[in-house]
Design a protein around this ligand. Structure first.
Ligand code: SAM
Length: 247
């Protein structure tokens, strides 16, 4: 993916809007996004705003009108096509809300294609506000200039995830009890992949055995230290991107 173009300036506000964008289209921006443009960024007619639609890519738009509740934008020209996203899913067990928020944000920045939250026996949380989680990923994508949003799935129980696992996707299972060094395992594998990380209390023995019995599973170690659940998810994702992703 090319780096962010020099024009418009990097400081131009960036927003995700529903598809599909095209030259000459007018967009009425309302609600929180209008508040952000008008009150936080203080845009004025003639200013440039960058729009992404998670379908066609990134566009420059000009501010046509700034109203009390609505900002009208006119789409001018395409800046970048939607990026190609490495085929990596992150399957993090649900953890405390503030820490899971961090995982959502960082997984988006690091380039995950899909985030599949998982519910395991030792999870302290078994619910996720999907709308709020989606907002976190959109804001992270806007901030880091991603042109593609990660797919965000409803939380799935571990048994169901394992039971329906697609055979052609390698499942790197971050196992605090030990496995192949993650850096080596990631470098040796090619093709669709996923990383599964456990909750604060880790996996129990039954879960561990069930995952290891899956033909696609590759238990991996993230080093000699026991990482916090969110550190493990973020570190494993960064390591995979460095070795097999688009870095
Ligand atoms: N309570 C567990 C214990 O004391 O062994 C630790 C769980 S750890 C906080 C949360 C998750 O992060 C684990 O289930 C695992 O997926 C991952 N993790 C943490 N450190 C790891 C390591 N060194 N190797 C592989 N996975 C690790």
């Amino acid at each position: 993916m090319p780096a962010t173009p020099a024009w418009p300036p990097k400081s131009a506000p960036r927003l995700f809007v529903p598809p599909v964008l095209g030259p000459g289209a007018q967009r009425q921006i309302e609600g929180n996004q209008a508040h952000y443009l008008a009150r936080v960024m203080r845009v004025a007619p003639g200013d440039t705003v960058i729009l992404c639609d998670d379908a066609t890519g990134e566009w420059a738009a000009r501010v046509a009108e700034v109203g009390k509740r609505v900002v009208v934008l006119e789409v001018a020209e395409q800046l970048r096509a939607r990026e190609a996203v490495p085929d990596l899913w992150l399957c993090p067990a649900l953890i405390r809300k503030d820490r899971f928020d961090l995982v959502l944000e960082k997984a988006t920045e690091l380039g995950a294609a899909r985030i599949q939250p998982v519910i395991t026996r030792r999870c302290v949380a078994d619910k996720l506000n999907l709308e709020r989680a989606r907002t976190i990923t959109i804001e992270a994508a806007e901030q880091c200039a991603r042109t593609a949003l990660p797919d965000l799935a409803e939380p799935a129980r571990l048994e169901s995830l394992i039971g329906n696992w697609p055979g052609d996707r390698i499942l790197f299972f971050a196992d605090e009890a030990g496995g192949a060094p993650a850096a080596e395992a990631f470098a040796a594998a090619r093709g669709p992949a996923a990383i599964l990380t456990g909750p604060e209390g880790g996996f129990d023995e039954t879960e561990r055995a069930r995952i290891r019995a899956l033909a696609a599973a590759r238990p991996v170690s993230l080093g000699p230290r026991i990482l916090r659940a969110e550190t493990a998810a973020i570190a494993a994702l960064a390591l995979w991107m460095g070795s097999a992703g688009d870095w």
